[in-house]
Design a binder for this molecule. Structure first.
Ligand code: MGD
Ligand code: MGD
Ligand code: SF4
Ligand code: MO
Length: 719
């Protein structure tokens, strides 16, 4: 019987606080609900917490309905030669996995075994997965879906500040800001309760949003006289340089700050010379007057009340995402924002544990505590905590896109473990990814549903959901939170910690692998101690007392709610300004609306669905609200192609084709169309995206792809 718990939402990085209580229908005496149409076993209510102040979005409210969902996988499933998954016992499943690993290693070497993790895993699971890959599987080939999410912002943050923490300040600091500049972030749909923190800036006309679409967030700029900048997709780097040019040339830069707290300023000034507003207008399509106005408001805000610059995936998920985030950091440094107590720069982390998930070792180049796997001192420290010879820890592996490209290839990965990602839907060039999954010798997917990736698996292993487990997650502010168990998992379901512990034993792994979250966290504390993301002063007891724990939190300290107040994380305490200029990108051209004109496809999110939709497409209420992918297209762009309301369109390029209904919208640029990436099959946006990556971060180009759009003549709207 469920007994309830105070915990946090299973989905995004805002980690809204919620209480789970036994639902009325499952109270003693009411009898079990019928399985097919089971009522939620737990009731969800919002709980007061600084990030959400009691608010939740529709995804959070409906999250408990997946706990006893009829489609849930509750026993290990093995795929037969007929392609059908059938139940097997856990003993059989463990034997099969162990056999496949041993065979692959013998035939092709340890690097032929790969692991793909996720930013939704708790810190304990992410930490243990990195250790499991390196010590139990002996492979360097581990990476995770955070590469698709935070990698460009992380690379830019590390380069400039010497450390990467999404928001280096508590979210409530935004409340009193007079100006907030959101670049490529649609928080009104992606973190609805976060919008309350924009209220001050929004009401006073200080909200500035850069988005090629008039997104729900961009529409807020209308409230108090804010600014919506609507650049050609992929031209944000030039846009930011244009704003920076104005800051420098109108004498708005904080020269004292630059002198005292940064290095590289003069090279930045030189690099901005060619980006005067009128030229930037010709590149981005954003009027020069708005570029000037943005610079002036940011500078005014910095001196009165505070200015914040925040980036989202819209500017980061490009082949020049690291440079674009770097330009945004440079702009914030020119204005003296980072490390001030009432201004700042940050990036909005995405997944539930998008922050902690990138700190403790599931990244190809990383060891726990945000340590570099190539750093001899870091290796020695972690090897000592693990009680192994340092030489047993492999070197760096392959970033996610390269890892996926290597599936089934000679010298590539032949046996893959997936924990917490649905790459068949969410990875770029999805058709090629699905081919890769099919060419593997053995695919093991741990999930609670038959996601599109699980459907490809030889073996599906059912794991616990959020309300059935203990652990910690690190939210968008770098604050470590407790996830608490409210419910006993179904009998056939196991925790991933248990699974890794059992497999490590069967594979004769060195070191120890506990299946108890608190024991794993205690080990993580030691492994992270002295690293950039130091958790050594944090324990379950203090989190349970409700103490706010922001890393770095070395033992004996009281944590770090605000980073950079006294200096940046480089040896000289200065922020490094790295000059960046746009590379080759298609220049904006006059739009000739003909049916052969290529368009730019932008992808992103809808409020109702989460990521690949593996979870939210199974929530009846969310599915009813957004049952399928719709192509957002400007009416005149549609008309030029003979497409009208209710028609189906074919969106295509050399990688694939999407067939979906259109949604006419005069809030999108005429040269741009938008697809959400939450849907599989014919509506899967990632059939069209490219696996080209940012050279620094490995981030794929999700946000702008060249496509052609035509009317699908053979299909009429049903009904
Ligand atoms: N409802 C919902 N919420 C979520 C998620 C979800 O799947 N669904 N996922 C979570 C995760 S993991 C993440 S990473 C966050 C992401 O949160 P966001 O970054 O807010 O989400 P996106 O919709 O990917 O992109 C934001 C905006 O970028 C715009 N954009 C696209 N291309 C460009 C461009 O070239 N320049 C500019 N300036 N803007 C551009 C899009 O039009 C879009 O409105 O959301 C989190 N919250
Ligand atoms: N075109 C396009 N593509 C994108 C993006 C975009 O903006 N445009 N955004 C990218 C971004 S920012 C992200 S973060 C990725 C995310 O994309 P995905 O990695 O596909 O994310 P999810 O859909 O959350 O997949 C998580 C899977 O793991 C399961 N799961 C959840 N929790 C756990 C757990 O604790 N353990 C295990 N074993 N399984 C679990 C869920 O049921 C689900 O099947 O997508 C990227 N793809
Ligand atoms: S905003 Fe994010 S954390 Fe909050 S309820 Fe919605 S999905 Fe959950
Ligand atoms: Mo993400």
């Amino acid at each position: 019987m469920p007994n309830g718990a105070n915990t946090h939402c299973p989905y995004c990085a805002l980690q809204c606080a919620m209480s789970l209580t036994p639902a009325a229908s499952t109270q003693p005496g009411s009898g079990p609900a019928p399985a097919a149409k089971a009522l939620p076993v737990l009731e969800v209510s919002g709980r007061d917490f600084p990030t959400n102040r009691g608010g939740l979005c529709r995804k959070g409210w409906t999250s408990a309905s997946l706990l006893n969902h009829s489609g849930r996988v509750t026993e290990p499933l093995l795929k037969g030669s007929d392609g059908v998954h059938r139940p097997v016992s856990w003993d059989q499943a463990l034997m099969l996995v162990t056999g496949a690993v041993k065979q692959t290693r013998e035939k092709y070497g340890p690097d032929a075994v790969g692991v793909f993790g996720g930013g939704g895993l708790t810190n304990e699971k992410a930490y243990q997965l990195g250790k499991f890959a390196r010590l139990a599987l002996g492979t360097s080939r581990i990476d995770y879906n955070g590469r698709f999410c935070m990698s460009s912002a992380a690379a830019a943050g590390n380069r400039a500040f010497g450390v990467d923490r999404g928001l280096p300040f508590p979210v409530e600091d935004l409340d009193s800001a007079s100006v907030i500049f959101l670049l490529g972030s649609n928080v009104a749909e992606t973190m609805p309760p976060f919008v309350q923190h924009l209220k001050g800036a929004r009401d006073s006309g200080g909200l500035i949003v850069a988005d090629p679409r008039r997104s729900a967030t961009a529409a807020f700029t209308g409230d108090g006289g804010g600014i919506h900048l609507q650049p050609t997709p992929g031209t944000d780097l030039a846009l930011i340089l244009g704003i920076s040019h104005v800051v420098v040339h109108e004498g708005l830069a904080d020269t004292q700050y630059l002198e005292d707290r940064t290095s590289g300023y003069t090279a930045i000034v030189r690099s901005l010379a060619g980006f005067w507003p009128e030229r930037v207008q010709s590149i981005t399509g954003v009027p020069a007057t708005l570029i000037r106005e943005t610079a002036r408001r940011l500078a005014h805000g910095a001196r009165n009340g505070g200015s914040y610059i925040l980036t989202g995936r819209g500017v980061e998920q490009h082949v020049d995402g690291t440079d674009t985030a770097t330009a945004a950091i440079n702009l914030s440094l020119l204005l003296g924002l980072p490390g001030s107590s009432r201004s700042g720069y940050g990036t909005l982390t995405g997944q539930g544990n998008g922050q902690g998930g990138r700190e403790h070792g599931q990244k190809a180049d990383q060891l726990p505590g945000y340590r570099k796997i190539t750093d001899p001192a870091a290796r020695a420290h972690v090897a000592a905590v693990w009680g192994v010879d340092e030489r047993l820890i492999p070197g760096p592996g392959l970033p996610a896109v390269e890892l996926l490209k290597s599936l089934g290839k000679p010298d590539g990965v032949r046996c893959l473990f997936v924990h917490g990602a649905n790459v068949a839907v969410s990875a770029p060039d999805a058709n090629a990814v699905i081919d890769g999954l099919r060419s593997l010798d053995f695919l093991v997917v741990c999930d609670f549903f038959l996601s599109e990736t699980a459907l490809e698996a030889d073996l599906v292993l059912p794991v616990t959901q959020w309300a059935e487990e203990e652990g910690t997650l690190t939210n968008l502010e770098g604050r470590v939170l407790r996830r608490r168990k409210a419910l006993t998992p179904p009998a056939g379901v196991r925790s991933e910690l248990w699974l890794m512990a059992r497999l490590a034993e069967l594979l004769d792994a060195p070191s120890t692998f506990s299946d108890d979250p608190e024991t794993v966290f205690e080990e993580l504390r030691l492994a992270s101690s002295g690293g950039l993301a130091d958790y050594s002063g944090i324990d379950y007891a203090m989190l349970d007392r409700g103490e706010a724990a922001y890393w770095p939190y070395p033992a004996g300290s009281s944590g770090t709610p605000r980073l950079f107040l006294d200096g940046f994380a480089h040896a000289d305490r200065r922020a490094v300004m790295v000059p960046v200029v746009p590379g080759k990108r298609p220049a904006s051209s006059a739009v000739v609306l003909s049916d052969t004109q290529p368009l730019t496809l932008v992808t992103g999110r809808l409020l109702e669905h989460y990521q690949s939709g593996a979870q939210t497409r199974r929530v009846a209420e969310l599915d009813a609200a957004q049952p399928e992918a719709l192509l957002q297209i400007h009416p005149s762009t549609a008309a030029a192609r003979g497409i009208s309301r209710g028609d189906f369109a074919v969106v295509s390029n050399d990688r694939g084709e999407v067939l979906c209904k259109v949604e006419l919208s005069n809030t999108i640029r005429t040269d741009t169309v938008f697809l959400p990436f939450h849907f599989p099959g014919a509506g899967s946006a990632n059939r069209l995206t490219e696996a080209a990556t940012d050279p620094v971060s490995g981030m794929p180009e999700f946000k702008s792809s060249t496509v052609r759009v035509r009317k699908a003549t053979a299909i009429k709207e049903a009904s």
